[in-house]
Unconditional design. Sequence first.
Length: 575
Amino acid sequence: MAILGTKAKVLLGVLLLLVVGVVLFDWNWLRRPVEDYLTERSGREVRIGHLQVEVGLALEPTVTLRDVHIQNATWADKRPFADAGEVALTFSLRSVWAGHPVISRLLLVDADINLEREADGRRNWRLRDPDNLERGRTRILHLEARRSRIRFIRRDDYQFEIVAESHPLESVEQVEGKQLTQRVEFHGELRGTKFAGEALTGDVLTLRESGELFPIRGHVTAEGARLEVAGEIADLFRPTAMRGQVRLSTESLSRLHAFVPGRLPATKPFALDARIEQSEGRFSLTQVRARLGGTAMAGEASLDTTGERSLLQASLASDSANTSDFDFLVPKDKADPEAVARKAFDAQVQLHARKLTVPGMSAVQSAKVAAHLTNGVLALKPVDIGLAGGNVTGTVEWDSTKQPASVEANLEARDVRLESLLAGSRLERRMAGPLAAHIDVRGRGESVADLLAGVSGRVEASVQNAVISNLVDAALNMDLAKIMRALVTGDKAVGINRVDVAFDFDHGLGQARNIFFDSEQTRATGTGRIDLRDKTLDVLITPKPKKPRILALDSSIRVDGRIARPRIHMEKVKR
C-alpha cells in the first residue's frame, strides 16, 4: 500500500477541513449580508427568515431559504414578486463557473410567485442585474411545487398570462403505471383567448432539456375547444418526449388559432381520439378516431418537425364521408405565394371513403385519394372515385404558389352506368349502358368559378352497346309517327351502337370536335359550343335517318341557354 506524501497529506487535510467547515458552518450568519446585497442591487426589499446550504459529493449544493419575501419591481404589479414558506435550489457549481447556471431542482412550499416579462425584455425575477434585457442564461430543469401558486405574464407578441395553483391529492392515483400526487388548477389568456383547466401530476415536473418523463392527466378548455391528455410528458415548456392518450374536440378548427401557428380554417365540429408518441420532433398517432362534421375516420398519422419543412403523413379510412364536411379545403381567398412558402409544411395523406356523399351528385359512391403536398403544390395522385357503378381514375394537381393558382387534371372514366348518372333528370329510365370518358384540362384562377372560366384542354365521352327509349330515339330521328306510336304503346328499349362527344376548350370556350349518335334506327351528328365563362351552351343536333320516315319533321334539335337549365327546341333544317 502506497504511503501518502507530505504534500498529499496536507491537501487531504485541507479538503477535510473544508468539508467539515461547510457542514458545521451556520449559514444564517450570511443571511443579513445576502439580504442587504440583493436589496441594494435590485432596488427592492428582500427578506429571508432562514438560510441553509448543503453540499453533496457531486458538488451540487442545495440552498434552502425559508420565510422569503421579495418586493416586486417598480414597473410591475403591486403584489410581491415572491412570498414563500420555503424555497430550495439545487444547482451545479460547474455550470455556475461556466457562466450558464443550471438549477437541477427548484422546490417551492407554500409559495406565491409572480413572474412578469415586459415587451422590451425586462424581467422582474432579475435581482442582481435588473436592467439586463438580454436573454437569460439560467435554466431550471425540475420543479416541485407544494401548495403553491405561480403567476406568469408575458407582455409581448405572445400576450400570454397564466395562473397555476398546486394542491396535494387526498388519494394517490396512477397513469401509465406512475403515481399522481398533485392537482394543478390553472387559467389564463393567450393572444386574447381565455383558457382554463386542471392537471393531475407527480411530485416533480420537468421543465426543459431534461428528457425525463413525468405523469400527467388533465384537460384544458378554450373557446368551445377541449383538449384531454393522459400519459407522460418530458419538459413541459418545450416537450422533448411524450406518450399517452389525447382527445381533442372543438366547434371549429379556427377556434384553435391562438394555440396553433398559422391561420386555421373555419370548419364543422371536429373531434380526435388517438394514442400519441413523441420523440424529439417526431410525433406518431395510432388508433386514430376522428370526426369532422358527419364524417368519421380511423387510421394512423405521423408528424416530423426535425427537417427544414415539417412533414405530415396519414392513412385514414371512413365508412361514410360527406364532401360538404371538407368545403374548407377549397380556397376562397386570393392565394399569397410568399405566405404558402413560409408555412414550410408538406403532407402525404391517403384517404379511403367506402361511401362518399356529394351534395347534388347522388351518383358518386366512393373515393380513394392519395394527397401529396410539397412546397405548396397539392397533387392528388392517384384519384379513384366510384361513380355510378364505375370508376373515375387519374391525377389532379393544384399549385397554390403561382399567381393565380393553377390546376391540372387528367381523369379517365370507365363503366359509368348512364341509368345511375341520369337519375333524377328528364332522361331517367330512358337511357342505360356504360359510359367512358377522358378529361385532360388545365386552368388558372383564384376560385373554382375562375378556374372553369379559364380552362383549356379536351373532354371526350363515348357510349357503346347501350339502350335508349324508343321515344327518345324517335325524337332524335324527328319521326312524328314513331313519336306518336311510342306515346300510345309505351317506351321500349332500342339498342345504341355508339355515341361520341368531344369538346376542345380554350380559356373557358369549348368547341365541339365531334358529336355523333348511332342507334338501330337513327344516326345523328352535331355541332356547337360550351361557354364556361358565362355558363351557357349552344348545340345543334341534326338527324340522318337510316330508313324512310312517314311523317318526317325535317328539323334539327337545338339545345341552348344556361347549362343548368337548357332549352330544347326544334329548328328547321337549312337546305
